[in-house]
Design a protein around this ligand. Sequence first.
Ligand SMILES: *Cc1c(COP(=O)(O)O)cnc(C)c1O
Length: 430
Amino acid sequence: MFKKSIKAYEEAKVVIPGGVDSPVRAFGGVIGTPPFITKGKGSYLYDVDGNKYLDFVQSWGPLIFGHCNKDIEKEVIKTVKLGLSFGAPTELETELANEIVEMFPHVDKVRFVSSGTEAVMSAIRLARGVTGKNDIIKFEGCYHGHSDSLLVSAGSGMATFGAPSSPGVPSDLTKHTLLCEYNNIEQLEKCFTESNDIACLIIEPIAGNMGLVPAKIEFLQACRVLCDKYGALLIFDEVMSGFRASMHGSFGINNIRADIITFGKVIGAGMPVGAFAANNFIMGHLSPLGKVYQAGTLSGNPVAMAAGLVSLKKIKKTKDLYVKLNEKAKALVSGLQKVALKNNIPLQVDTRGSMFGFFFCEVAPTNFKEVGLCDFARFATFHHEMLKKGFYFACSQYEAGFICSTITNKEIKATIKAADEVFKAMNNGK
Ligand SMILES: *Cc1c(COP(=O)(O)O)cnc(C)c1O
């Protein structure tokens, strides 16, 4: 059933490293080759072999209204016909900025870029520019894009200066990155006392890049208090959780205010967009107002802005959107948990708005190390068997899942029924 995808993958591998333009797509952590996609429609993906899948990835988050939403499609096509890019300001950028600013009382200005990586990289430069300090704190298991100073892994110590996690990153560039354990207040406090040069703390307030592991509210409060105490800026990386976990991202759930927020994914509705936002004082340091340099030829691209704009307007207009998405997300994971348990397979589940996560382990993980203790072989089998039945889940236990608005209760029931069959077979096979 994957014959053409296997062939396409072989051909891709000849001219593209690993056959993919982003490593996770290569299905490295699971069984089999990645299906090559031809089109999407609503909640479904279609591949080159003609297989149809219920899509719980939704391009890793951006497509909150599913594939080919008519309203978004219409605006994008209209905008395309007026020219793809001008390298000059358009009113669309102001409109989209207004939509974002309206959602966050502590944010006055937004700068658009073309990816989440760029948004975070620029936000960190800005934080360093504003504070005049060099060190940054990040947490194990949080992903903030692939820029040099953020590709760090733990060295030998506990709270430690990060070591490069990728060849090609000089340790000179990661020596300013302090790495701490997620949800560990004590270690964070210690970290703040180890350096008097901390420009900012960056965190996914609802981590979705080690599976779904939301920060505890007390932990986020501690982040806020410690940043204030030591004169560091608090950056919430909401590239994934922004307009996904709630209309106001984590702020809508915990009411904790970051100094800088980064966005991506949903605000581009499937087009390449990232953004960072802060108050007038902080954004006043950004070029051309201030001296912190940041630029982009395709930044604020009109087609991307148009897609994001319709999408955010729709989000605001759709009554109870996140309540309904969360009901569906909950129905899905609680159903999965029930059938897993029935088959003697422990499964931990959680949701935030339209984000969901599940782990094959006995206790819900609260940090990266604990996620690493989950049963990855079991996940791989589950993933492969579900794919064969037409259900497209993220191909790694380190990824979150996403519900889009077009998915129906009937489709969720079908997913749970399929999972029951898969779990039964897994249980018998053991
Ligand atoms: C996806 C993601 C990024 C990186 O965004 P890209 O558009 O892939 O560069 C950064 N931070 C978080 C939290 C993300 O989920």
